[in-house]
Design a protein around this ligand. Structure first.
Ligand SMILES: Cc1cc2nc3c(=O)[nH]c(=O)nc-3n(C[C@H](O)[C@H](O)[C@H](O)COP(=O)(O)OP(=O)(O)OC[C@H]3O[C@@H](n4cnc5c(N)ncnc54)[C@H](O)[C@@H]3O)c2cc1C
Length: 472
């Protein structure tokens, strides 16, 4: 097999987790390679068009990226309040991809796109290398430390790490959803309709300032509901094929643009046939929802279907068992930990596996994410970060949100760079040193009462209040 290279740190997966990790590792002085299976930088936050952090972005590289987006006019970048707590405002997916490229190049991260990790090369219980499938054949990449930011925990699973999947009762995972985008909506007309049908909406959040034109709603409108309207349409013979009875609409950066969250497909994000079916069924559902909106909701008469998000919205796959499994009670009781690496106030947001419902539970001012959640049990040379960290199925409803993904990416990178530099085992890194560096990067750790006012209940009035966040 051809050797691709030998690095201090190799990060697998260029979602928000891997992007933050690679930039931070390189800035810490590590020779860093970022390997990504697709051609997209940013993963779900760019390719999945998931541009709305559910929770406060906790300093570090992710906040810098949002600041950069804001300088291009591509982010709201305000901390706002809603019924479960505070969160950082939306950004635009393409502007985010632009600033990721800038930051990666400045940090001198080497990037290898369209390279799928297919095998781990082990030396005893240590990950020593990875086999990549590329256009030109199989390649071997070696590193002192690897960071699994694949979302699916692919590297850890290939290395033989134990993992958990789905909820405890039946192993089902949260459903797959892809957003789609619509242009040329008459938003003032939609708002008028929404106010007139307020009893059919669970959320209607409007800009604080007076708004009369499409431009006034950019990144600031959110509407959720339409359940009665869907039922009425079905009675009239409309063929609604989506296993969900409400729609969320969110204004994007382009005046008249709405991002629509309505599709839902149940199945394993690790199964090839399921993934293939999901891509097609979700598109069919998106076309169905678009037809419904055009026919039954005012403001959509001249709407144009722009796109289904190019990256399939897989919410949940493997959770790698680490040296600590963060639990539902930890999260809901706002637990703090001596080895915490980030304070997370993202609510527990669960889309009912196998069902049609969803729930959103506040975690108040937030909990600390223990460093042990990113250290896989019994494997050296590897940290996990992002979606696949060590949590139970309920805590996952919170840690899957982008603020936590970015925090764990940043911590894994600081630890990995330190291990590479000082030739230390990944399980033996002094956590206090990692915490000190994270604090220097403006990250609140979640050790004691830091940031205790972060998640205070917003109590925003649904009609006149600030932008709110609903289920993701
Ligand atoms: C429909 C939906 C709505 C959501 N809404 C919100 C929201 O409103 N707010 C919020 O905060 N969060 C939301 N989330 C959650 C959040 O977007 C994701 O959990 C988060 O973006 C995951 O980031 P990540 O970097 O860990 O993973 P990903 O973004 O999935 O990135 C992983 C990357 O790894 C690559 N990869 C995978 N396997 C391999 C391999 N073997 N070799 C090489 N590369 C590989 C993938 O191609 C991908 O680019 C939502 C998620 C979904 C699906």
């Amino acid at each position: 097999m051809e050797m691709f290279g030998n690095y201090d740190v190799v990060v697998v997966g260029a979602g928000i987790t891997g992007t933050v990790a690679a930039i931070r590792a390189a800035r810490e002085g590590a020779r860093t390679l970022l390997v990504e299976g697709s051609g997209v930088l940013g993963g779900l936050v760019t390719g999945g068009r998931l541009t709305k952090p559910t929770g406060v972005v906790n300093g570090g590289v992710f906040q810098e990226l949002i600041d950069r987006c804001a300088r291009y006019g591509g982010a709201d970048n305000q901390v706002r309040s809603t019924h479960w707590g505070s969160y950082t405002g939306s950004f635009d997916a393409e502007v985010m991809q632009r600033v990721i490229i800038e930051a990666i190049e400045e940090a001198q991260v080497e990037v290898l796109l369209r390279a799928q990790v297919v095998q781990a090369v082990m030396e005893g219980n240590r990950v020593r290398g990875l086999e990549l499938r590329t256009k030109s054949g199989a390649k071997l990449v070696l590193a002192r430390v690897f960071i699994d930011a694949s979302g699916d925990g692919d590297v850890a699973a290939l290395a033989g790490a134990e993992h958990m999947l789905g909820r405890e009762s039946d192993g089902l995972t949260q459903p797959i959803t892809s957003y789609f985008r619509v242009l040329n909506v008459d938003i003032p007309k939609l708002v008028e309709y929404s106010k007139a049908h307020r009893d059919d909406l669970t959320d209607l959040v409007l800009p604080e300032h007076e708004a009369t034109r499409n431009e006034d709603y950019v990144m600031l409108l959110l509407v959720r509901g339409f359940t009665k309207r869907i039922e009425e349409a079905k009675r009239q013979g409309f063929r609604w094929i989506i296993p969900k009875n409400n729609i969320t609409l969110k204004a994007g950066l382009i005046p008249g643009e709405l991002n629509v969250n309505v599709t839902r497909f149940q199945g394993s994000g690790l199964d090839d046939r399921t993934l293939s079916r999901a891509e097609i069924e979700i598109r069919k559902q998106a076309y169905c929802a678009f037809d419904f909106l055009k026919q039954y909701v005012a403001g959509f008469e001249n709407a144009i279907f722009l796109e289904v998000a190019p990256k399939l919205g897989v919410r949940e796959t493997r959770r790698i068992r680490g040296r600590y499994v963060l639990s539902e009670s930890d999260v809901l009781s706002q637990a703090r930990f001596a080895d915490a690496i980030g304070l997370c106030n993202s609510p527990v947001d669960i889309h009912e596996p196998g069902g049609t419902g969803a729930s959103m539970r506040t975690v108040g001012s937030g909990y600390g994410i223990p460093f042990r959640c990113i250290v896989p049990q019994a494997i050296e040379g590897l940290y996990v970060a992002g979606r696949c960290i060590s949590v139970d199925a309920v805590a996952f409803g919170s840690t899957r949100n982008v603020p936590a993904c970015a925090m764990t990416g940043e911590a894994a990178a600081v630890a990995a760079a330190h291990c590479a530099k000082h030739d230390i085992e990944t399980s033996q890194v002094p956590v206090a040193i990692v915490q000190e560096r994270l604090r220097e990067h403006g990250i609140e750790l979640g050790i004691s009462d830091e940031g205790a006012d972060r998640g205070k209940q917003g109590g925003a009035d649904a009609v006149t209040g600030q932008v709110a966040v609903t289920h993701s």
